[in-house]
Design a binder for this molecule. Structure first.
Ligand code: ADQ
Length: 457
């Protein structure tokens, strides 16, 4: 069995109790290490005064962690700058928000080179290397000139946009060239795979050897979709445990006979939180008999607060929330409850299970794990209804959801009404179509499918 080397922007080192962070990627990657001995390389999350060329090594059982610190200039240019202010908006079709700066781009390439130089010293010839996400697109192109001939795979967790959209970003052709240094490129959906293949053909003149294998001047790469999953059985089990948590008990008491609608998202403009609040407002305006009978709980932990667009979003969300609660609320009833805390998985699972409806309405999303977690957390005998954006990768799989266009407030408002009125039989039937595929294509399936394909290249 070859050793597995995972490279991601952030590394999540388990704490003394063996627990790591709760984020989707961290959980997914820890799963990959169940089957392999390995090394996990990336940014420690720390900022140091001087650039580091040697990672700090931490040993935890079968997995070794190699942690690089960044300087504050690196963090500003590579992470907050090119990755989060130029690539992230472009990949999410928000060309107007994309702020390209040549200095940030140079910083992005510099950090990728520093990572490659440090990583190359740790890699053995038989290692399988698996690189994650848009922060590290040039990594293989930096590793190859250092003599690495290993199989190197890349998984892109966010959408790959249409070529016309990606092509608006300066540097996009160089990034496409860099993609060709990976042996396997995994994306979330067939739509993303098609977009990337078309960009490679149009911009680099790539020739399709087979449907998913492209060649540019003798260099071949395979582009395929591997929809990421969750640990569905574990989520089901955690959600079914008796609820002893204070927050859950308080939520139950606070709800009384009201139905709960839930939204759980990082505070990010791709998630469509203000638009969702306005759709809920439209629902309350159109259905005055429902006022006082529903509560919408939006959980939205702050993210990327150093990026100005996220500050603006936070302000817009607070204003929208205040306006709706002020104009439609009544003494004893607040239409929208809003919290920004991060919660443990068990608490999130219990809240999902309490909710009759989940509103998962991103404007664009690679996959969206919250949609999958909500379905897995439901009581099989009395499941809730998922309202899901057609622009989330998850919509390709969760076809039992009420699929909506998040840009259309009236359509989302109508879906909320339909979800709240949906009969028991239909709720169970819809849920059953989703839970089977969720369990079959869970996170272990995802990691194993990608690594099997990589090893076969
Ligand atoms: P994200 O954009 O972060 O992930 P998502 O897939 O929904 O989006 O994953 C978020 C994770 O964070 C979920 O596991 C959720 O439970 C957790 N989370 C959210 N709010 C939380 C809170 N308040 N407390 C604790 N945990 C919370 C990116 C892409 C997605 C893709 C994933 C994985 O943008 O499209 O699905 O990577 O590939």
């Amino acid at each position: 069995m070859p050793r597995l080397v995972i490279v991601s922007n952030r590394v999540s080192v388990p704490d003394a109790a063996g627990k790591g962070t709760a984020g989707g990627l961290a959980v997914a990657l820890r799963e990959a290490f169940q089957a392999y001995e390995g090394l996990w390389f990336g940014w420690s999350g720390k900022v140091a005064a001087h650039p580091t060329s040697q990672p700090r090594m931490v040993d935890k059982g079968d997995v070794q962690y190699a942690l690089m610190d960044l300087t504050s200039l690196d963090r500003q240019e590579y992470y907050n700058g090119f990755a989060n202010r130029a690539l992230w908006p472009t990949m999410h079709y928000r060309v107007g928000l994309s702020d390209f700066s040549r200095t940030d781009y140079a910083g992005y390439l510099r950090v990728n080179r520093t990572f490659a130089t440090a990583l190359a010293k740790l890699i053995c010839p038989s290692d399988l290397v698996w690189v994650h996400d848009y922060h590290l697109i040039p990594l293989a192109a930096e590793l190859r000139p250092l003599g690495l001939t290993n199989l190197i795979g890349y998984f892109h967790h966010i959408p790959w946009p249409a070529p016309e959209v990606f092509g608006t970003l300066p540097g996009s052709t160089d990034l496409l060239r860099a993609i060709m240094d990976f042996n396997l490129v995994g994306v979330q959906t067939e739509r993303d795979a098609d977009n990337l293949r078309r960009a490679l053909m149009q911009e680099l003149g790539a020739v399709a050897e087979k449907v998913d294998v492209l060649d540019v001047g003798g260099k071949g790469t395979c582009v395929k979709s591997f929809p990421i999953g969750i640990d569905a059985s574990d989520f089901q089990e955690v959600a079914a445990r008796p609820r002893s948590n204070r927050i859950v008990s308080q939520t139950i008491v606070g709800l009384g006979s009201r139905k709960l609608i839930i939204g759980v998202d990082r505070l990010d403009y791709s998630k469509g939180i203000p638009q969702r609040m306005e759709a809920y407002e439209r629902f309350l305006v159109n259905n005055p008999d429902q006022r006082g009978h529903v509560t919408y709980l939006q959980i939205a932990p702050t993210s990327r607060s150093e990026v100005p667009e996220y500050d603006t979003l936070s302000r817009v969300v607070n204003e929208t929330l205040g306006r709706i609660n002020g104009s439609l609320g009544e003494p004893g009833w607040v239409p929208i409850q809003y919290v920004t805390s991060t919660y443990p998985r068990s608490l999130l699972a219990a809240l999902y299970r309490l909710a009759r409806v989940a509103l998962v309405t991103p404007m664009r999303d690679g996959m969206n794990l919250v949609a999958k977690e909500y379905v897995a957390a439901q009581d099989p005998l009395d499941p809730g209804v998922l309202i899901l954006s057609k622009f989330a990768g998850a919509a390709q799989q969760l076809t039992g959801a009420l699929i909506v266009n998040p840009n259309d407030k009236f359509e989302v408002a109508e879906a909320i009404r339909e979800a709240l009125r949906m009969g028991h039989e239909e709720r169970v039937a819809r849920w059953r179509t989703m839970i089977g595929p969720l369990r079959d294509r869970d996170v272990s399936w995802w990691a194993a499918a990608f690594l099997k394909e990589l090893a076969a290249q």
